[in-house]
Design a protein around this ligand. Structure first.
Ligand code: ATP
Ligand code: MG
Length: 456
């Protein structure tokens, strides 16, 4: 039920409003000064405050300000027996929904109340929609509205609070590390440590002691006991990066930790239980590594419980502009140039570039442009590497001719045609409709050719 709080010291005015509003079906409560208003407001179910400008305890404007700060979704209508135009203007500027002179006609009050309630409801709805949208588009500070990214965010949110091992795969620069951090930040372990270990960067001997710790004297150089990263990450998350290049011996040890949740320090036989969430990342195709005997199959299955594949940037073209804006805002602020923006041509070039270095490359290109530009508008000239790529994509490239005698034209064109179609598909993030447009052919011709060339 809609609840209206009347804050007015005048008993006559209170009783008039009570009769009027209760008849209209509103729940009614009344207070006589600013301090008394705090309790009903704190209950959080007041939709509207009708407040006298001369309210004891600081005045109606004070209460208006307080309501705006602590209950921004509650509307306030001010009433005054001596109100001037200036008072009314000041009240509306402060965010009052309306201002009524006393004595008021019942109709006047009801119109003002209905309007204020309607406005407050709209604001609430707007607020809810906006936060739902923010929620949809963002995960911590990971940008991505592409459906594949949205699906990833959903998975991350679903598994964040469990201790499930998560494997993140994807090309370099696609955001694997960022995602691992976001997962930690979303989880109930966020108060605990997030410890990152690059398993590809350390020689095997050091990696083991780094992760599991060692006992003094267990090897030359082990001059004191040392706890490893697994123990250091207790209560938090350990992020094992570049897991695809780890040695077979290390893989066995890792399997043991994941299975039994215990570690042994190097040179010590005591087992130590560890409470950590393990997140792993690799830019290698682990399935292939398993086939080639470079990665243990049992470990692969153990870490493949929840796996997230970060799509390359070229496969989610719709995210490029918002990522570029995201980086522009960040770097423009860092470099004290908040008015910087992209020209439409620059945005177009960014969206069409192939981004082999993925989001990292985009981030670097934007930072470089911010640092080097002398005007407020970042244009093609500020994106030199892209400008080159953009012009080469519009100019036909000479084809590399195969060795040997010439083939009939029809046969010779098969391989380049297939390549061109594959390139267009990649460029359009797999979207066939767009690829057909780029290629200047209709959809059914493209479908026919895809079947002919056996392109998935
Ligand atoms: N979706 C995204 N939204 C915002 N920033 C992103 C996003 N993806 C990546 N980045 C940024 O791009 C850069 C590269 O991302 P990150 O280091 O997470 O990639 P990676 O996949 O771990 O790369 P590597 O395989 O080389 O370790 C980082 O600065 C990261 O903050
Ligand atoms: Mg990384």
């Amino acid at each position: 039920m809609t609840k209206i709080l009347v804050a007015d010291p005048d008993p006559r005015s209170q009783s008039d409003l009570r009769t009027l509003l209760q008849k209209r079906g509103y729940e009614f409560d009344a207070v006589v000064d600013v301090a008394q208003a705090h309790a009903p407001l704190a209950e959080g179910d007041v939709d509207l405050v009708l407040c006298d400008l001369a309210l004891p305890g600081g005045g109606g404007m004070k209460l208006l300000q307080e309501v705006q700060q602590s209950h921004p979704e509650t509307a306030v209508v001010l009433l005054s027996a001596f109100g001037s135009v200036q008072d009314a203007v000041a009240a509306m500027r402060q965010g009052a929904a309306d201002f009524l002179g006393k004595p008021f006609a019942p109709d006047q009050v009801l119109v003002a109340v209905d309007r204020a309630l309607e406005k407050a409801a709209l604001q609430r709805e707007n607020h809810a929609l906006k936060s739902a949208l923010d929620d949809r588009l963002r995960l911590d500070n990971v940008v991505g509205s592409d459906p594949r990214m949205q699906a990833i965010f959903k998975t991350v949110k679903a598994v964040a609070n469990s201790r499930t091992t998560v494997l993140v795969t994807g090309e370099s620069g696609t955001g694997k590390t960022l995602l691992a951090r976001a997962l930690h930040a979303l989880s109930t372990r966020k108060g605990g440590p997030f410890i990152e270990v690059n398993c590809g960067a350390l020689p095997e001997s050091l990696l083991e002691s780094e992760l599991f710790g060692h006992q003094k004297g267990s090897f030359t150089g082990a001059i004191r006991d040392k706890i490893g990263k697994f123990e250091a990450a207790a209560g938090g998350t350990i992020f094992l990066d570049e897991i695809g290049t780890s040695s077979p011996a290390f893989q066995v040890k890792l399997l043991r930790v994941l299975q039994d949740r215990v570690i042994e320090r190097v040179g010590d036989t005591k087992t130590i239980p560890v409470d950590v969430r393990v997140v792993l990342a690799t830019n290698k195709d682990l399935e292939l590594a398993v086939k080639n005997g470079e990665f243990r199959e049992d470990l692969y299955y153990r870490i493949h419980v929840v796996s997230i594949e970060m799509p390359p940037l070229r496969a989610r073209q719709s995210d490029i502009a918002s990522l570029a804006e995201h980086f522009l805002r960040r770097f423009a602020q860092e470099h004290g140039r908040p008015t910087l923006r992209f020209s439409p041509a620059a945005v177009q070039a960014l969206c069409q570039a192939p981004w082999p270095g993925n989001v990292r490359q985009l981030e670097n290109v934007v930072e470089r442009a911010v640092v080097l530009s002398s005007t407020d508008m970042l244009d093609l000239a500020d994106l030199p590497t892209l400008a080159r790529a953009a012009t080469t994509t519009t100019e036909p490239q000479p084809l590399a001719l195969p060795d040997g005698p010439p083939l009939p034209l029809k046969d010779a064109l098969v391989a380049p045609e297939k390549q061109i179609i594959e390139h267009a598909l990649r460029h359009c993030g797999g979207n066939r409709e767009r690829a057909a447009k780029v290629l200047g052919i209709n959809r059914s011709t493209l479908f026919h050719k895809l079947r002919k060339f056996g392109i998935e």
